[in-house]
Design a protein around this ligand. Structure first.
Ligand code: ZN
Length: 99
């Protein structure tokens, strides 16, 4: 599997550290400990398209949101978390540009 880092280009997935679902980017507010416990420990294991956090450990050390298919292993794109996890092509679409 290859992941195209927005800063480094196409790289082997072994250069990256897999962290988990992008759900980790949105934390529950307040002190609802049940919600915090669920946020930290309960995850779905979907078959199909997912968005996950990956760390480019052996490259630019950026956090990425990678969109991929857990069944086919196809990677649809990667975006920097620092840019809000929205790929460049998605930004262009929202502005009416070409993808
Ligand atoms: Zn990189």
């Amino acid at each position: 599997m290859r992941i195209t880092c927005p800063l480094c280009g196409p790289r082997d997935r072994r250069e990256f550290y897999y962290y988990g679902s992008e759900d980790y980017l949105t934390r529950p507010e307040g002190e609802d400990w049940d919600a915090i416990d669920a946020h930290l420990h309960l995850r779905n294991n979907p078959a199909g398209r997912v968005r996950d956090l990956w760390y480019h450990d052996m490259g630019c050390t950026s956090w990425l949101v990678v969109t991929r298919d857990t069944v086919t292993h196809e990677v649809f794109g990667a975006a920097l978390v620092a840019d809000g996890g929205v790929s460049i092509s998605a930004k262009m679409k929202s502005k009416g540009g070409a993808a």
